[in-house]
Design a protein around this ligand. Structure first.
Ligand code: GAR
Length: 222
């Protein structure tokens, strides 16, 4: 992949991760070309963030489609106008069909707020607290047909604080995401990380485990 790889970001909501990509590119810490931001939700604040940064936007409302496949096909057709090298799912809360995954295999990244393979699915922060876990975090991974199950690239982890609420934990995890997601995407953009034969390859080595970065209570990488 080229060092200035053309990137599409898919969002559904607030877009704080999108903002982290915008800031990293603006500050010269990340050499991706942010070509387009696509949302399934017209009210997503991320669309405002994209427009403020001068990035083209498109909104394709899933409710206007009768099936997952027809929605995914419309998203893919829209994306193909930009011919992106890389797709970044940044809080894109739609499950992608097998056809979509196949079309962009190895070129789609997701961030999931848990230390995968633990806690796939929704409400991860509350589930982690309910289970009394000592550690929580977020995982950047390649997207495959298995929900939250594709090869993992980078995990950020932090200690759970006794007595904190799910929203406090979520805020700390999101702050960590803003550091690890642009970094991992940059590795893919540079070709340092790639998807091959169903696995993530990091620096030329098939990686069964992700790189793990630990963050302290102040949100600093240790
Ligand atoms: C992020 O925390 C991300 O991990 C999560 O949605 C949030 C989006 O926040 N993604 C998922 O739960 C996907 N299963 P943002 O819109 O502020 O970037």
């Amino acid at each position: 992949m080229s060092t200035r790889c053309k990137t599409a970001i898919l969002i559904s909501g607030s877009g704080t991760n999108l903002q982290a990509f915008i800031d990293a590119v603006a500050e010269g810490r990340l050499s991706l070309e942010l070509a387009v931001v696509v949302s399934n939700n017209p009210d997503a604040f991320g669309l405002v963030r994209a427009r403020n940064a001068g990035i083209p936007t498109a909104c394709i409302e899933h409710g206007h489609f009768s099936s997952r496949d027809s929605f995914d096909c419309a998203v893919a057709n829209k994306l193909d106008e930009w011919r992106p090298d890389l797709l970044i799912l940044a809080g894109f809360m739609r499950i992608l069909s097998a056809g979509f995954v196949e079309r962009y295999r190895g070129r789609v990244l997701n961030i999931h707020p848990a230390l995968l393979p633990a806690y796939p699915g929704l409400n991860t922060h509350q589930r982690v607290l309910d289970a009394g876990e000592k550690w929580h975090g977020s995982t950047v991974h390649f997207v495959t047909e298995e929900l939250d199950g594709g090869p993992r690239i980078l995990q950020g982890r932090l200690p759970v604080v006794a007595g904190e609420s799910a929203s406090q934990l979520q805020a700390r995890v999101q702050a960590l995401e803003h550091q690890i997601y642009p970094e991992a995407a940059g590795w893919v953009g540079e070709g340092r990380v790639e998807y091959r034969d169903g696995r993530a390859w990091i620096d030329g080595v098939a990686a069964d485990d992700p790189i793990v970065q630990t963050f302290d209570l102040s949100g600093k990488r240790m």
